[in-house]
Design a protein around this ligand. Structure first.
Ligand SMILES: [Zn+2]
Length: 233
């Protein structure tokens, strides 16, 4: 027969076990809402993007990078991924945005591109986050908008995501970053989740082009992006 003291000890132990084991598990589950990264292989199908070489188009490179990034992120069991396309298919921006809006959980959006233009000397990667859409005609007004936007959680998260990606891209392309840019991008304009556009480099620059086409560099870009995303989470 158990005496009172033993019963009390058992109750105490059970309670301790509850707090020691169950509560941390519950807390971890509560903080681990579904994490989803939507990887946008920009362009596709009829929309080829820029010509990287005579034969290779931007849409091919973005798909390769998107699939490599998906593979890298698969190493993190807490992060799920979704590609906007897995083949050479025409997809409008509206359809891509629709995909994002249908997603639930903690969702990130990263759109992959290849840059071109500004002469053959322009080089390096660029990271864009949702920009300010109102033209800065009236200074006070634009300041007010700026303040509103600064308070916008999504914008702050987008900037933070851009910074994490930048930090890791710096390892692949040292001192090649052209900075973070808050340009209005059509794909980003309508999103209410942390989102960035990455221009990996310039097809119009010889060195950049070589890198973009190099399998090892493509792999390194995917690893840098995956690390940046993990750092963000
Ligand atoms: Zn593009």
């Amino acid at each position: 027969m158990m005496n009172k003291r033993i019963t009390k000890t058992i109750i105490c132990l059970s309670l301790s076990m509850f707090f020691l084991i169950l509560v941390p598990i519950l807390m971890v589950q509560a903080t681990q809402a579904k994490r989803l990264v939507i990887i946008d292989a920009a362009h596709g199908g009829a929309d080829a993007g820029v010509m990287v070489t005579d034969k290779i188009q931007e849409k091919e490179i973005t798909l390769i990078l998107a699939q490599l990034l998906q593979k890298e992120l698969a190493k993190s069991p807490d992060i799920q991924t979704q590609l906007t396309r897995t083949s050479d298919k025409t997809i409008s921006n509206a359809e891509r945005i629709k995909m994002v809006k249908a997603a639930s959980g903690e969702v990130l959006f990263i759109s992959l591109h290849v840059n071109a233009g500004f002469g053959n000397k322009a080089t390096g990667y660029e990271i864009f986050f949702p920009g300010f859409k109102t033209p800065a005609t009236d200074q006070n007004e634009s300041k007010a908008i700026l303040k509103d936007m600064e308070q916008n959680k999504y914008l702050n998260d987008s900037v933070r995501l851009a910074q994490m990606i930048q930090r890791n891209m710096e390892n692949v392309f040292p001192r090649k970053g052209r900075g973070l840019r808050d340009a209005p991008m059509p794909i980003l304009g309508d999103l209410s989740i942390p989102a960035v556009v990455l221009e990996v480099g310039f097809a119009t620059n010889t060195d950049d082009r070589k890198k973009i086409l190099n399998e090892k560099t493509q792999q390194a870009i995917a690893q840098a992006l995956a690390k940046g995303i993990r750092d963000y989470f």
